[in-house]
Design a protein around this ligand. Structure first.
Ligand SMILES: C[S@@+](CC[C@H](N)C(=O)[O-])C[C@H]1O[C@@H](n2cnc3c(N)ncnc32)[C@H](O)[C@@H]1O
Length: 276
């Protein structure tokens, strides 16, 4: 299933802003790895509701410049409403079209929990290379597909969808995560092929914890802007949610429901001279 950008709504956007702690924390680690500093000009691709952006804006300060872009209007509206920095702007846009940004103008570009959703990754990286200053850096966090498909929420979801009545009507390989995610070596190859110098790639296990099964479903829907079960026919989707919720509940302890999560942290740089 191709990623759909028309399933989002105000409720999903608000929920994401409230319960995206895991993305926010991983994003902060990425920002540290990128060495973002006061005065930097930063491009946040897939900024969502701007939660990580606000953290970056605090770091770059009054002398810095920040642009956050995201295709989802509901999320950009929340980001705009919370923005107080005079040199920060949030606007709708996609990774594949950075035509509003000048060549060689950005110190740091980042995509926090975004790259797996980008349909044309090669064009996006070409655009990122163009807007980065020589020596500028791009940082990416994204699920390590080789591990995320066999662990965590996806494992439980698929175990339910393999049962009757879903098994005859749902192809697990059609999930958006399956269609658009990347294994680690694919990401490295894409970065290198785009002409970026790969500086650091790490796959980290980061646990996620949710109070209830309902919270897991809410998070999965909000973070995928409605795409979580879009490979399940409309007539079965609500029942599938209930069955997945029941399955998740079996894994709840007094500490809630804990999942393994595997995230790739990648940093690459625009070469300053002719690469050899
Ligand atoms: C899980 S959210 C991450 C939001 C934020 N970066 C964070 O760290 O919390 C994924 C975001 O990617 C955005 N997205 C999807 N396709 C995109 C594209 N082609 N270009 C830029 N952003 C995209 C979505 O609109 C969504 O807001």
């Amino acid at each position: 299933m191709a990623v759909s950008l028309i399933l989002d709504n105000e409720e999903l956007a608000k929920t994401y802003d409230q319960i995206s702690d895991s993305q926010f924390n991983r994003g902060r680690v990425l920002i540290e790895k990128l060495g973002v500093k006061p005065g930097d000009s930063v491009l946040d691709i897939g900024s969502g509701t701007g939660r990580l952006g606000r953290h970056v804006i605090d770091i770059i300060g009054r002398s810095g410049h920040y642009v956050g872009i995201d295709p989802l209007e509901e999320r950009i509206n929340i980001a705009k409403a919370k923005n107080e920095h005079p040199n920060a702007v949030f606007r709708t846009g996609t990774a594949e079209d950075l035509s509003s940004i000048a060549d060689n103008s950005i110190d740091v570009v980042y995509l926090s929990s975004v790259f797996h959703w980008v349909l044309d990754k090669e064009t996006a990286l070409k655009e990122i290379l163009r807007v980065l200053k020589p020596g500028g850096k791009v940082g990416i966090t994204t699920g390590a597909k080789e591990l995320t498909l066999v662990s965590g929420v996806r494992l439980i979801t698929d175990s339910v969808l393999k049962r009757e009545p879903y098994n005859k009507l749902v192809r697990l390989e059609d999930s958006t995560q399956n269609q658009h995610g990347l294994v680690t070596t694919e990401l490295i190859q894409l970065l290198a092929k785009a002409g970026l110098k790969v500086k650091d790639v790490q796959v980290k296990e980061i646990k996620r914890n949710y109070a209830t099964a309902r919270d897991v479903i809410r998070f999965s829907e909000a973070s995928s802007f409605g795409n979580y079960l879009n490979h399940v026919p409309d007539s079965l989707r609500e029942q599938a949610k209930l069955d997945i919720e029941a399955e998740l509940e079996k894994h709840r302890t007094e500490d809630g429901i804990e999942f393994d999560g595997y995230t790739i942290f990648a940093v690459a740089q625009k070469p300053s001279g002719t690469p050899i």
